[in-house]
Design a binder for this molecule. Structure first.
Ligand SMILES: NC(=O)c1ccc[n+]([C@@H]2O[C@H](COP(=O)([O-])OP(=O)(O)OC[C@H]3O[C@@H](n4cnc5c(N)ncnc54)[C@H](OP(=O)(O)O)[C@@H]3O)[C@@H](O)[C@H]2O)c1
Length: 388
């Protein structure tokens, strides 16, 4: 049996080990790098396979699957494996969003594959599809629901759960990031969007430069209010390249028409839309997270990497960073009764929802709206579900 090296044996690493233990598997695990070899874990691998020493883990040849998470030491270990001529598959969007250019340059130089399918969309094969969809044409927009945890929280709240109950369920299912703020404050979807922008537009983005609003910018009352108007709120990561050449990118709660395919995923599902002048709009949907779909994406990449598939066309290490603009409105803001409204734009239209005041705020509103609304104890979300 062919052997691979696992860097990480947590939620996803265990999923890969289980897949390698299943009947018909093509790979077995030679070494797994962990922080603590004494920690109790599912008895998937013989104890001798486990090591805390990266040099031991990376000795030998064959493909490397990196599922440590975080920027470092993951990025440097991916580089070390590629430098040693070993193909790598990774699920680590943080390492790729921050170090993709140098890692792809190294993969190209060494003539080995670097698979990143599992970094975005879990089991949705968006990276492979992008290469096909982008073939020779200018794409104009990319993005959608790329974070399973926040989507599961929204689904749970729609089904009557509290925010805390829905988050606890997502964590128990193994698809929440270890630090929930990575999901609910938008860092995880921003890193994924930076990767999609690199591949779709050839543009290098610092994920921290993407305009981000937390999931907490909306309330259960907002979901009900939107549903009564035929809309569903999703935590949307989206980048649009306008005809003016300006790239606008954001991660924010957004109300969509209920019939929009991006409004369809439930639970940890993902939906990603690619738009271009020739292809129109194509939306891919599927399981967005969890150990089994992510392991499937990783092992698919291992097969492709071993077949020495040409590395993806990623921006060069010396490509300048582009600073994206934040899109304007329209927005919907909810303010508790008695909260002042002076800091909100004068062109807002107002209506009541129970004790709350709802402001319908048209296009071209400054992106600084959310902090002003938050300071008044309110919530707000983008309205992308028809005229206000
Ligand atoms: N969970 C999902 O559904 C999902 C989906 C898609 C992508 N991802 C990505 O997959 C990656 C892994 O996620 P996860 O949920 O599997 O994380 P996790 O459960 O926290 O597992 C991390 C693993 O890496 C090991 N590790 C971490 N830092 C280390 C270090 N410095 N040295 C040695 N070992 C180290 C840990 O060792 P110990 O076991 O000893 O602690 C653990 O085995 C992340 O990049 C994540 O974003 C996750």
């Amino acid at each position: 049996m062919n052997e691979l090296t696992l860097l990480g044996l947590g939620v996803v690493g265990s999923g890969v080990a289980r897949a390698c233990d299943a009947p018909g598997a093509q790979w077995s695990v030679r070494h797994a790098l962990v922080r603590d070899t004494t920690r109790a874990r599912e008895a998937l691998l013989p104890p001798a396979c486990l090591t805390t020493d990266p040099a031991v883990a990376l000795a030998g040849d064959g493909p490397v699957v990196e599922v440590l998470g975080g920027e470092q030491p993951a990025a440097d270990l991916i580089a070390a494996a590629l430098g040693a001529g070993r193909p790598v598959a990774t699920a680590n969007k943080v390492a790729i969003a921050l170090h993709g250019p140098r890692l792809f340059a190294l993969a190209r130089e060494r003539g080995v594959g670097l698979g990143i399918e599992a970094c975005v969309g879990g089991g949705v094969p968006i990276i492979a599809a992008l290469r096909q969809l982008a073939g020779g044409q200018r794409l104009t927009a990319i993005g959608g629901v790329v974070n399973g945890t926040t989507n599961a929280i929204l689904s749970g709240i729609e089904a009557g759960q509290t925010y805390a109950e829905a988050l606890a369920d997502a964590q128990a299912a193994g698809f929440a990031e270890p630090d929930p703020s990575a999901d609910v404050d938008g860092h995880d979807p921003a890193a994924k969007l930076a990767i999609l922008v690199a591949l779709a537009f050839g543009i290098r983005l610092d994920p921290t430069a993407i305009s981000r609003r937390p999931l907490a910018d909306i309330s259960p009352a907002d979901l009900r209010w939107a549903a009564a108007r035929g809309a569903r709120v999703k935590y949307l990561a989206r980048a649009i390249r306008g005809e003016d050449g300006v790239l606008r990118a954001s991660v924010e709660p957004t109300a969509l028409p209920i019939a929009d395919p991006l409004a369809s995923p439930a639970g940890s599902g993902n939906a990603i839309r690619v738009e271009g002048p020739l292809i129109g709009a194509t939306t891919l949907t599927g399981p967005g997270a969890g150990p089994a779909p992510t392991a499937g994406a990783l092992l698919g990449d291992v097969a492709l990497a071993v077949a020495r598939r040409t590395p993806l066309d990623y921006p060069a290490p010396d490509a300048p960073f582009v600073t994206p603009a934040a899109p304007g409105g329209p927005w919907v803001a909810r303010l508790p009764a008695g909260a002042g409204s002076a800091s909100l734009p004068g062109d807002a239209r107002w209506e009541r929802d129970g004790d709350d005041q709802i402001a319908l705020i048209p296009v071209a509103t400054a992106p600084e709206l959310a902090p002003a609304v938050r300071a008044l104890g309110g919530t707000c979300f983008r309205w992308d579900a028809g005229s206000l």
